[in-house]
Design a protein around this ligand. Structure first.
Ligand code: AMP
Length: 569
């Protein structure tokens, strides 16, 4: 197949904002393709070249892309920067510049889909000396041999910013429409497969060949992460007890979610974003080998940092271990951990997701040998007494944990958020998790770094991020403690995510999540969300969370309301 055929689909997708229509466009397209092309299209239509969670990065920042465009079009970097400033999209820039390219044109053949895909994949595997140069050459060759429209989407794909609006829900509906039917059962079967298997191309082929039953029969593969179950926030215990009666209340530990896969001596540890952090936690790997009594399993728990007195450390301290790629043994000594296990998904060859919560917990107890303060099962009480739960809640807060999880005792393990079954109870004025969506370049002591950061909350309806505050406090000029985050560090993390720049202010692709403390929420016409956080302060980088975990505008509205009520008291 020619790449231009996919480009036509991209254009249609861009033109049609309706999710139903987008799913139809993709379904009609993949129905006509060979199995091999379906696999490629399923990936490229999402703007990726590897299934998510494989951990491969193309590693191309804006600056390098500008160089590649310059090399292949003959335009000066300055011209490219100028164009970029006005359009904010290097895809559009390359389209425009290749149309009027200064470089002489060779007689060109149309690009083959498979060829483009292979070249894009290669970018992730270029290593060693001269990596940047080799990547630059590969990209500029690709752009040189592309038509303007093709170049536009090649560039956007490499930058991870395809802008055709195909989220996972659309992929699910497209696969169901193309190879199954439009029923809820079909969509659920595809969704189930997508939750346990990251390669959606492969899922499309299974749907095509083996239908709904083929998908339903798919099983979690040990070693390969699956989407985690999450909870919804509730405001009162009574609300839950009235609805469900007896409930399992568990400590909500303040740490990192760990999904642990074990197959004999092989252990894998994944975060809730399904990032592989096995290397960072050799101490946990050792504990798993010692304390898990079965050969194969998938279990989940919360890892917390524990100080020398056995007291939990704040998440900021533990977070240093999540990203750490060197001096790991030193970190193991400095920040010892404890895991609190709360679920089991697979035991030996049996998937136990559909068993009720309390039964899963029983299995967990049977397969684990606990070591106090190191490898333990999460604290839990089962009761229908609101008073008892409140006492337990206080105990959790007093021992520096976040609150409670209230879990329905018959609930199955269901992937995703807001799936029912788990409810979290946290103090109301807790910190907010927000995305950094912009920044201002610093002045004075902060010259050369981003000096203040624009915070965004999520609009659940549109998936967009709305400004809700500007933060400059809490980020440090110099590191005085290990867990301090400096302006320099944050700038380095954010720089590759810059989308556009104007008058010292940059727009940043929402990817980085931070926990933010604040004094109060105010109404504000200056921000798109209609609210502003007063005196927001940086608490920690939440590298374990993705932008889907960012607090919503609804949550901010709610917090504003109850804050007003408590002021009026
Ligand atoms: P939140 O980060 O507020 O969305 O809360 C969800 C997170 O709480 C999960 O991803 C876990 O990392 C964490 N957590 C802590 N304790 C528990 C528990 N007992 N059960 C489930 N999740 C827990």
């Amino acid at each position: 197949m020619k790449y231009i055929e996919l480009v036509k689909i991209y254009e249609e997708l861009e033109k049609n904002p309706s999710k139903i229509k987008k799913a139809e466009i993709i379904a009609d397209f993949i129905k006509k393709q060979t199995d091999k092309d379906i696999q490629i299209v399923m990936m490229l239509v999402q703007g990726i070249v590897f299934p998510k969670f494989y951990g491969y990065e193309l590693g191309i920042a804006l600056q390098m892309m500008m160089k590649a465009i310059s090399k292949s079009t003959g335009y000066d970097i300055k011209d490219i920067e100028e164009e970029f400033k006005s359009s904010g999209d290097l895809g559009n820039v390359v389209e425009k510049l290749t149309e009027s390219r200064k470089q002489s044109l060779l007689v060109k053949k149309e690009l083959e889909l498979e060829n483009v895909f292979d070249n894009l994949k290669q970018l992730a595997f270029i290593e060693g000396s001269g990596t940047q140069e080799k990547k630059l050459n590969l990209i500029s060759e690709l752009i040189s041999s592309a038509s303007p429209k093709e170049a536009k989407y090649v560039v956007r794909t490499i930058l991870g910013d395809l802008r055709v609006g195909v989220a996972e829900g659309i992929i699910r509906d497209a696969i169901a429409k193309a190879f199954l039917d439009d029923s809820k059962d079909a969509k659920d079967a595809v969704e189930y497969a997508m939750n346990i298997y990251p390669d959606f191309g492969e899922i499309a082929i299974i749907a095509k060949k083996n239908g709904i039953n083929g998908l339903k029969k798919m099983k979690i593969k040990i070693g390969q992460p699956v989407q985690v179950m999450l909870g919804e926030k509730v405001e009162s215990v009574d609300e839950i007890i009235q609805k469900f009666g007896k409930i399992a209340a568990e400590f909500k530990y303040d740490g990192m979610r760990a999904q642990i896969h074990k197959d004999g001596e092989k252990i894998w540890i994944y975060t809730r974003r399904l990032e592989n952090v096995t290397k960072q936690f050799p101490d946990l790997v050792k504990l798993c080998k010692e304390c898990i009594k079965v050969k194969k399993c998938v279990v989940e728990g919360e890892v917390v940092g524990i100080d020398k007195k056995g007291q939990p450390m704040p998440f900021q301290t533990l977070s240093q271990r999540i990203q750490r790629k060197y001096d790991i043994e030193k970190m193991v000594k400095e920040i010892p951990i404890q895991i609190n296990l709360f679920d089991v998904l697979v035991v030996e060859d049996e998937q136990v997701l559909d068993k009720p919560l309390l039964e899963r917990r029983k299995i967990l107890k049977e397969i684990v040998k606990e070591i106090p303060n190191k490898f333990v099962i999460a604290r839990q009480i089962v009761t229908d007494s609101a008073k008892e739960i409140e006492r337990f809640y206080k105990e959790s807060i007093d021992s520096k944990q976040e609150g409670l999880f209230l879990k329905v005792i018959e609930s199955k393990y269901v992937f995703g958020r807001r799936v029912g079954g788990w409810y979290k109870l946290k103090p109301t004025m807790e910190t907010l998790d927000l995305a950094i969506i912009g920044a201002l370049w610093g002045t004075g002591k902060r010259t050369g770094w981003m000096g203040s950061f624009i915070l965004g909350c999520r609009d659940e309806k549109t998936g967009k991020f709305l400004e809700c505050g500007m933060l400059g406090t809490g980020v440090k000029e110099k590191k005085s403690q290990e867990n301090d985050v400096t302006f320099k560090e944050l700038t380095e993390i954010l720089k590759p995510l810059v989308i556009s720049e104007k008058g010292g202010q940059v727009k940043i692709k929402p990817k980085v999540v931070i926990s933010v403390d604040y004094q109060e929420i105010q109404k504000s016409p200056n921000y798109e969300s209609g609210f502003a956080l007063r005196f927001p302060r940086f608490i920690s980088l939440r590298s374990d969370k993705s932008v889907e975990d960012v607090d919503s505008i609804e949550r901010i509205k709610y917090l504003y309301k109850i804050q007003k009520k408590s002021k009026n008291k």
